[in-house]
Design a protein around this ligand. Structure first.
Ligand code: NAD
Length: 335
């Protein structure tokens, strides 16, 4: 359930109807500085982890579990995950396994968290160099959206979140897509954040365990996760390249509709501005794609986008075509 938090002080009020024995707030070092104020919440213990993707690891899971235990958390404790996608993925996972599961609430502080990561109940960590390799599906009790957190979010992170909303636009409707394209460098309105977040929430409600329709949300993520692991680019930037590659791959030049050509051109413009990387060693990206957890029986699957609301959740693609697409990307953007 998504709820809007209108004032900083409202967090305590919202917790009034929730029954728990003790309260814990999980932050990373940046959200502890910019988004946390102890008097916003009823009495609680604060747990801090380092900022960044490296915190999605077994080592950090163990540290957070130890702190919960040492500070007396029991099965009725409640965990508030106050942070970006790293904190909500990690905190959701820890909450899911501590004493076989305690309840948690996500309070996303990054745009990517608000429109995507904090919604839908996918929790987890990276393992053996592979993104989100270990985790569970488990819904938060609530996701609370508080737009003022975005004031301190670095511009690059704002743009990273924008990409996931752009994806929602591509999947849902031309109207949403056009709205999103135009707010790229601004902080979006709460209405737009909510529209994007609700689109994901609706798909998740329809297909929680990702057996069909929810798979559409993986658009750009087969390539994107591999690119993110290989280059260390922020998630959204990697997904932007991933969406270009997957749309280009599933609609080769001779089968491109006007809409696809237009999208590929438009996103190319964005790449130029962001000076996105060239892939020197394409086989390393292919190797990572081959380990993607969405693959089935050794077959690599991507989402196939043809037009707004005309998306096949799965298309099997060959290794040869993947390498060719990465070459096309290199040639087109770095000639
Ligand atoms: N579970 C899901 O469904 C899902 C979906 C998409 C992405 N993800 C995951 O989310 C992660 C990416 O999320 P992210 O982009 O939010 O990354 P993040 O959590 O690393 O946040 C990005 C950076 O911004 C900082 N930050 C966050 N909020 C801030 C604020 N208000 N002010 C100042 N600094 C702030 C963080 O400390 C961090 O340095 C990835 O691990 C990705 O795999 C999960």
């Amino acid at each position: 359930v998504i709820r809007l938090v209108q004032k900083d002080t409202q967090f305590s009020e919202l917790l009034q109807g929730v029954d728990y024995s003790s309260l814990f707030v999980l932050c990373d070092e940046n959200t502890a500085t910019h988004c946390y104020q102890s008097d916003w919440f009823p009495p609680h213990s604060l747990i801090n982890v380092p900022a960044g993707e490296e915190s999605k690891s077994f080592q950090t899971v163990e540290r957070v579990l130890s702190q919960l235990k040492d500070q007396g958390a029991d099965r009725h404790s409640l965990l508030l995950n106050l942070g970006g996608g790293v904190v909500t993925d990690l905190g959701g996972f820890v909450a899911s396994i501590y004493m076989r599961g305690i309840r948690f609430i996500n309070i996303p502080t990054s745009l990517l968290g608000m429109v995507d990561a904090a919604i839908g109940g996918k929790t987890g960590i990276n393992f053996s160099g592979i993104k989100n390799m270990v985790g569970v599906f488990n819904q938060p009790l609530y996701t609370w959206l508080h737009r003022p957190f975005l004031k301190t979010l670095p511009q690059q992170e704002l743009r990273s979140g924008w990409v996931e909303s752009l994806k929602h636009g591509l999947l849902k409707s031309e109207i949403l897509y056009n709205k999103v394209v135009h707010w790229r460098d601004e902080t979006p309105s709460i209405e737009l954040i909510l529209e994007s977040a609700s689109y994901k929430q609706d798909l998740v409600t329809m297909d929680f365990m990702e057996s069909n329709q929810r798979k559409k949300l993986n658009l750009g993520h087969t390539f994107g996760h591999a690119i993110e692991s290989e280059t260390g680019l922020p998630h959204g930037y990697a997904v932007l390249i991933g969406m270009w590659c997957e749309i280009r791959l599933t609609a080769p030049v001779n089968r491109q509709t006007e809409r696809i050509t237009e999208y590929l051109k438009e996103s190319a413009q964005l790449f130029m501005e962001d000076r996105l990387p060239i892939f020197e060693d394409k086989t390393r990206i292919l190797d990572l794609i081959k380990k993607d957890k969405k693959n089935k029986d050794g077959m690599i699957q991507v989402v196939c986008w043809r037009d707004f609301d005309y998306v096949h959740p799965i298309q099997v693609v060959s290794e040869k075509d993947i390498l060719q697409t990465l070459s096309n990307y290199n040639v087109l953007f770095h000639g």
